[in-house]
Design a protein around this ligand. Structure first.
Ligand code: PLP
Length: 358
């Protein structure tokens, strides 16, 4: 077996949930577990955080697994129904549905349900991804109120720039303006809004990335927020090369040695979810020391500078990200965000997940 593994620290996960709960104060937590819990494994994650009031995912298949894991609280399908045929399964599993287009309202009108469904009416307050225009909200609520298939309404929106300078003011003002006249519960905050904007916490908050111990911000680290990394991507050195000044390393001769140096070849590449665009100089932890990657990441391997780590040898442990190297740092060096790197581990079929406590 290749030596690569992603260790999932379940106690860090429950720790982060406590951090999020503290920030959220009295808001209920809708933990976002889409994309296989951001690469951490859906069912194990559910079991570790089962005290939350709600879990948000995308598909019925995920919901089935969550119910099977024994979770009895609210489950929300964040994108609602993808077709009319799923509605009876939604009823059977007692799921909440996001409602974001006319077609989905049709699906609700065309059936007679024994057990009516809770809907989260999604309002497009400026992100222009999902949701109804603000000026349709009154009309929609009137109709949903009259629909016997609907048991309850939550009002919902999603922010485009909660993690950026622009913030949420414009979108939150819009949301408040169109929902002010109603007494329904509301749900607007992702991790960034939850952390930075108390006025966005409302009845429900929808944290994702913070639970996994990474940061939604460019300029505020996970450490500063005091969440702990849950995933550690670990492998080993499988070869060592001693190269001379001016010799090149890897595809494209992308790295040229400025002096004689010792380099390590690590069994981890973009086929495992490590970003191919990680620049030379991306931090990586080898044999208990932080060093840097060099050259271009290959499908199955990458290169590290061992000049300062004499003790490293074949078999030495390497952490690509985890408790010593933040996934956000690797992301910054690769032109992406921690979210993508974590999700890519789940997309890869080559990295086994191993669950550990502490
Ligand atoms: C993914 C998602 C979230 C969670 O976002 P984080 O930035 O990971 O906290 C919340 N709400 C919606 C609608 C989402 O799609």
């Amino acid at each position: 077996m290749r030596p690569i593994k992603a260790y999932i620290n379940l106690s860090a996960l429950t720790f982060n949930l406590q951090v999020v709960k503290k920030i959220a104060k009295n808001s209920k937590i809708m933990a976002v577990l889409k994309a296989n819990a951001y690469g951490h494994g859906l069912v194990e994650t559910v079991k570790a955080i089962k005290s939350v009031e709600g879990i948000a995912i995308l598909t019925i298949e995920e919901a089935v697994k969550i119910r099977k894991a024994g979770f009895k609280n609210t489950i929300l399908l964040l994108e609602g129904l993808f077709g009319a045929e799923d509605i009876h399964e939604v009823e059977k599993l007692n799921l909440n549905l996001a409602l974001h287009n006319d077609q989905q309202i049709e699906y609700l009108n065309e059936v007679t349900l024994k057990n009516p469904i809770n809907v989260h009416l999604k309002i497009n307050t400026g992100m222009n991804r999902l949701g109804f225009p603000p000026d349709q909200v009154d009309y929609l609520i009137e109709n949903l109120n009259a629909n016997p298939n609907v048991s309850g309404i939550t009002l919902m929106t999603h922010f485009a720039t909660a993690d950026e300078k622009e913030g949420i003011t414009k979108q939150l003002d819009c949301f408040n303006r169109v929902t002010n006249n109603y007494n329904f519960s509301s749900s607007v905050a992702n991790s960034a809004a939850l952390y930075k904007f108390p006025e966005a916490r409302l009845d429900w908050v929808r944290p994702g990335i913070l639970l996994y111990g990474a940061s939604p911000f460019d300029d505020i680290s996970a450490k500063k927020i005091a969440v702990k990394p849950v995933m550690s991507l670990i492998s080993k050195i499988i070869a060592i090369q001693n190269i001379k000044k001016a010799q090149a390393v890897g595809y494209g001769n992308n790295f040229i040695a400025k002096e004689d140096m010792r380099i390590g070849i690590v069994a981890c590449g973009y086929g495992d979810g490590y970003p191919r665009h990680a620049k030379t100089g991306t931090p990586i932890f080898v044999h208990n020391k932080i060093t840097k990657t060099i050259g271009r990441v290959s499908m199955d391997m990458l290169y590290v500078d061992l000049s300062e780590i004499d003790k490293a040898e074949i078999g030495s442990k390497v952490e690509m990200w985890g408790s010593h190297i933040s996934v956000d740092e690797v992301a910054k060096n690769s032109g992406t965000v921690g979210y993508e790197l974590l999700c890519n581990i789940s997309a890869s079929t080559r990295v086994p997940l191993e669950y550990v406590d502490g």
